[in-house]
Write a protein that binds this ligand. Structure first.
Ligand SMILES: Cc1cc2nc3c(=O)[nH]c(=O)nc-3n(C[C@H](O)[C@H](O)[C@H](O)COP(=O)(O)O)c2cc1C
Length: 291
């Protein structure tokens, strides 16, 4: 008899049934619940749910068009539309707390003070298992993209570390070498890393009249970035002693296994969710079948 492979993972003290999460912003669990009903809760595709990134104030997102399809990926300039902290706590959190898996809330702000407000408010909520810091935004004071600067990232993580006992996952950007940033954040008290976020890209209009996206540039994701993501995940996993959630183009169990072999403790599925809403459970199943 073939024994089922035990896929359970401990991620910073959070028990996961398998290593497949969603990438922030790529699966709307509330809309999916409305469309698919309770079957979604019975067959939830991910072992933990990562929320869309929330910001202190509501954001409408970027002007359209906000999506460009590549042969093997997409470029999005969605621009973090969200209800803001207040709207999230009031409207989204009660629904996300009803999901059958641990909840990770992704936050982004443009100053340490704003980040602190988000982390403090989220930290008070027992429904939340961990906080993901999306550090892809520029610090309004220094102008530096926090996730591209080891010093900026270290000082942000130090400032937030004292505010919460919940695990802090730092989501690294592929726009700069993530290794020095990860090493600095580890020293400052980060608990885990997730990478990669999207890569900056500016598609041109097929009509030849300039840029396609309303915001001019967006972020490239999907299978086309997988090899780059694998290299960065492997470099970060080698350099730090903390768990790494690997992502970037994961669309099969074999992809997931490549990230785990590169040193990731878990993987996240992003763009593939738009093609196959059940991708998370399929990929976990395929991973199990790979033995
Ligand atoms: C439409 C879309 C929206 C996204 N929104 C967010 C977001 O709100 N916060 C975040 O940290 N990453 C966001 N991402 C990045 C993904 O979480 C992931 O890091 C990236 O897409 C790479 O994974 P993939 O190639 O599997 O999509 C978004 C990606 C896409 C395609």
């Amino acid at each position: 008899m073939i024994e089922a492979r035990d896929l359970r993972v401990d991620l910073c003290g959070i028990e996961l049934a398998h290593p497949v999460l969603n990438g922030s912003g790529t699966f709307d669990a509330i809309a999916a619940h409305d469309v698919f009903g309770d079957i979604l809760l019975e067959r939830f595709p991910f072992s933990a749910f990562v929320s869309k990134t929330i910001t202190p104030e509501p954001r409408p997102g970027n002007p359209p068009p906000r999506l460009w399809e590549e042969t093997d990926g997409v470029i999005n300039s969605i621009g973090l539309p969200n209800k803001g902290l207040g709207g999230f706590l009031e409207k989204d959190l009660p629904r996300l707390a009803a999901l059958p898996v641990p909840l990770i809330v992704s936050v982004m702000a443009t100053s340490a003070e704003e980040f602190a407000g988000l982390v403090q408010a989220i930290s008070e909520r027992s429904e939340v298992a961990a906080i993901e810091l999306n550090v892809s935004c520029p610090n309004v004071k220094s102008g530096l993209v926090v996730g591209e600067s080891p010093d900026e990232c270290a000082s942000l993580v130090s400032a937030l570390r004292v505010l919460t006992e919940k695990p802090l996952i730092v989501k690294l950007t592929p726009g700069a070498d993530p290794v020095p940033v990860a090493m600095a954040a580890e020293t400052s008290g980060a608990d885990a890393f997730s990478l990669v976020n999207t890569l900056k890209a500016s598609p041109l209009s097929p009509a030849g009249d300039g840029h396609w996206l309303g915001a001019v540039s967006g972020g490239l994701s999907g299978p086309t970035i997988k090899d780059l993501a694998l290299a960065q995940v492997s470099a970060v996993a080698d350099a730090v002693g903390l768990p790494v959630i690997g992502m970037g183009g994961v669309s099969s169990g074999a992809d997931a296994r490549s990230f785990l072999e590169a040193g990731a403790s878990a993987v996240a599925v992003g763009t593939e969710n738009f093609r196959d809403p059940e991708a998370g459970s399929r990929i976990a199943r395929e991973l199990e079948d790979l033995g």
